[in-house]
Design a protein. Structure first.
Length: 447
């Protein structure tokens, strides 16, 4: 299954897990309101792909206890500095991802089991942090790396628990839970102060602290993130098309020049004007012919190839082909239209389609891992620039009186995904993205 959530700014985070060595296919359809006037002239396909689509794959495991990583950390005296950093990054990354996933599940879960889930979440978080701090290294190089990781995990845990306190329903029922969460957050803050992890200036400036922790997060993710190289396809074909179009146009131009020379045998002003018109037509039709041939040749074919490498060994662990294009609603597959529930009022929508087809090699993965987690960040800032910023008044009757309310102008963007692994039946999901010119307001899953 695919999960979608909003991130900072206009970013939409789309996540999925890849395990089997079979082929993995993904299609993402973004239904944009036609009133925005989006088209290939406003935002070309290649520009949207490079600026708005960011793909990252990391090693992932849903196992609660990672025996291999734990044993490596416990035997740190036998590990080199690089091996220790890798093991610690794996440990920290698994914890951070699990913490983010668990807090989201707690908030979206059933009311009846929420207290039990909160209790389990807190116990697991405290146990993992305690286990980490029990194995403090003595080597200076390892210690510096450990300090950075421990600092971030403490801060990330505090931030997640504080977000839970804010998001819990009001009332006395969760008062004891809030008190315990608050005590843990205060303890983590005091722990970082005792260890002198952060300067007083950073502690007093939330923006400075957030930027520092963002850099520490990148430090954690680097060893477990697969390296990627993007190759644009069709360069040789593009040159061939350009040469072919030029040759075809020149054949007709030469024939026209010979015909003009036969009719107007002398070099006159009329002959010069005819030559000028012929060469002007050549420049016009050459580009049109080249563009037409190029679109016909590349239609439906992948435009980019991405190679994935293990960041530690440098081995090739997977390949991926990618597409991106504008499509018309009436040309979409029936299953996509059925999920979108398209009707007459939605025919003016502009459809942005991103597709990928990949095959991974789990046998070349880092020891202890059999699957990867793909995170695709979709930056909708390019759409926000086309939106109107404003508000309008809405009138209604309230107890016999006319009430006027000012509401902001919002736009609805539909996101439909289709994922298929091997010969299995494809899974199709849909989300509503409600946004305005300033931010993404809400992302709602549609069942």
């Amino acid at each position: 299954m695919i999960s979608v959530e909003k991130k900072d700014g206009f970013n939409v985070k789309i996540s999925r897990r890849l395990r089997e060595a079979t082929s993995h296919k993904l299609d993402i359809y973004l239904f944009v309101p036609g009133e925005l006037g989006l088209n290939t002239h406003v935002v070309p396909e290649s520009e949207f792909y490079h600026n708005a689509i960011h793909v990252k794959r990391t090693y992932y495991s849903d196992t609660h206890h990672l025996p291999l990583v734990h044993s490596r950390l416990a035997s740190r005296g036998k590990l080199s500095s690089e091996q220790y950093r890798l093991s610690l990054s794996l440990y920290a990354y698994q914890y951070v991802v699990a913490l983010e996933t668990s807090t989201r599940e707690v908030l979206n879960g059933d009311e009846e089991t929420r207290r039990e889930q909160l209790q389990e979440l807190v116990d697991l978080a405290l146990g993992i942090l305690k286990r980490l701090r029990r194995n403090t290294p003595s080597d200076d190089g390892m210690l510096q790396y450990y300090v950075n990781i421990d600092n971030y995990l403490s801060w990330a845990t505090e931030q997640r628990l504080l977000s839970l306190i804010v998001s819990l329903p009001p009332g006395e029922e969760y008062q004891s839970v809030r008190e315990r969460l608050r005590e843990i957050c205060e303890a983590e803050s005091a722990y970082r102060d005792d260890q002198n992890y952060n300067s007083s200036h950073a502690i007093q400036d939330p923006e400075r602290m957030s930027n520092k922790m963002r850099l520490l997060r990148r430090l954690i993710e680097h060893p477990v993130t697969l390296g990627a190289q993007v190759q644009e396809l069709g360069k040789g074909e593009e040159k061939l098309v350009k040469g072919t179009a030029t040759a075809i146009v020149m054949i007709f131009v030469t024939l026209l020049v010979l015909q003009a020379n036969h009719v107007l045998s002398h070099l006159t002003t009329l002959f010069v004007l005819v030559l000028a018109v012929i060469y002007a037509l050549r420049e016009v039709f050459k580009d049109d012919l080249r563009n037409t041939l190029w679109r016909w040749l590349r239609k439906g074919r992948p435009k980019w190839r991405r190679h994935y490498f293990d960041a530690n060994s440098g081995k090739l662990v997977g390949r991926q082909l990618e597409w991106f294009d504008y499509q018309r609603v009436h040309k979409l597959d029936e299953d996509i239209l059925a999920v979108r529930r398209a009707n007459v009022t939605q025919r003016e929508e502009i459809v942005l389609h991103y597709g990928s087809s990949s095959r991974m090699s789990p046998t070349r993965y880092l020891s202890g891992y059999e699957e990867v987690r793909e995170t695709l960040l979709l930056d909708l800032d390019v759409l926000s620039r086309l939106m109107d910023k404003g508000a309008h008044d809405v009138y209604r009757l309230v107890e016999g009186e006319v009430a006027c309310e000012t509401v902001e102008k919002r736009y609805l963007v539909n996101l439909v995904t289709r994922q298929a692994q091997g010969e299995r039946q494809a899974t199709i999901q849909r989300w509503k993205i409600i946004m305005n010119r300033s931010r993404i307001i809400e992302i709602e899953a549609v069942t």
